[in-house]
Design a protein. Structure first.
Ligand SMILES: Nc1ncnc2c1ncn2[C@@H]1O[C@H](COP(=O)(O)OP(=O)(O)OP(=O)(O)O)[C@@H](O)[C@H]1O
Length: 272
């Protein structure tokens, strides 16, 4: 369990508060979206979790232990972070060396190191890129290399900042499939995203940040239910959710596949 305990944050003394007295728990195996308007503080939350920023007040806990003062390099033993522009986190001349860097710093050598790197490349479908120069790869490939780097360190938490922005449908689908398989292995996935299709289809939990606080924390179907107004937080409804509401009984349809299946079933029952 990774936790914010009454965290308040501002970038500098005379700057406005970004996050105010916020407590949050990130449990094992969850698939969490952090969303909200531009500038609401989503990336800041991930930087506080990874240790790239330190709370102005409050604490960050890992398995109940205070890790507030731990640097990002120390937290990388259990948190992997995929930057919005992953080329900024690649330093080595080849993908293989890039992925080996973390476990090497953890003291892994020889066959053990090779095995970890090969396994991480297999899992992320980056084996064919092993000898490529990471900084010239496409953003999608760089993301998978950054994910492989985290897996090679046996990460427990994987945080991705806007991973699907600017990606085509196929790339998006491949990435989300990979995230799903990692979640099934018990890795906690935390995504910063504006993409409500991903929130509705893939996430088990969604956290909305507004006015320096957690405005909503719950299941996607709750966020998009009639008792909430996600549009007040600048969020759009997924088309499948809106279409589902028009069907008899207004079923919640998390994606278009689910809408089509429900539609066909209702038609078969003569309800349409
Ligand atoms: N390094 C920094 N120094 C000062 N202020 C910053 C810094 N980084 C971000 N901010 C400010 O902190 C606030 C929160 O920024 P943050 O990037 O966390 O928001 P966000 O919700 O991720 O935004 P976006 O959706 O546009 O990526 C914004 O007002 C932003 O201008």
């Amino acid at each position: 369990m990774l936790e914010f305990d009454h965290v308040t944050f501002r970038y500098a003394k005379n700057m406005p508060v970004v996050l105010s007295d916020t407590s949050l728990k990130f449990g094992k195996g969850e698939f969490i979206a952090i969303t909200g308007r531009n500038g609401s503080g989503k990336t800041t939350i991930t930087r506080l979790l990874t240790g790239l920023e330190k709370p102005t007040e409050g604490r960050v806990l890992y398995e109940g232990k205070d890790i507030t003062k731990e640097e990002a390099s120390e937290r990388s033993r259990f948190i992997g972070y995929v930057f919005q522009q992953p080329d900024r986190q690649m330093f080595m001349p080849t993908v293989r060396e890039e992925i080996a860097l973390g476990p090497y710093h953890q003291g892994k050598r020889g066959e053990e190191l090779n095995r970890m790197v090969e396994k991480a490349m297999m899992e992320t479908d980056t084996t064919a890129l092993a000898e490529a120069y990471p900084r010239t790869l496409s953003r999608g490939d760089q993301q998978r290399v950054a994910i492989a780097s985290a897996l090679a360190m046996d990460t427990e938490y994987l945080i991705l900042d806007e991973p699907t922005s600017g990606q085509d449908g196929h790339e998006k689908k491949m990435l989300m499939r990979l995230m799903e398989s990692l979640q099934q292995r018990g890795i906690t996935i935390i995504l910063v995203t504006h993409d409500m299709d991903i929130v509705a289809r893939d996430c088990t939990r969604v956290i909305v940040i507004a006015s320096h606080k957690v405005a909503f924390d719950g299941r996607p179907e709750e966020l998009f239910s009639a008792k909430n107004r996600p549009e007040d937080w600048g969020l759009l409804y997924p088309a499948s959710v809106l279409l589902g509401r028009k069907l008899p009984g207004a079923p919640y349809c998390r994606d278009m596949d689910s809408f089509c299946r429900t539609f066909i079933a209702l038609k078969g029952e003569g309800a349409l």
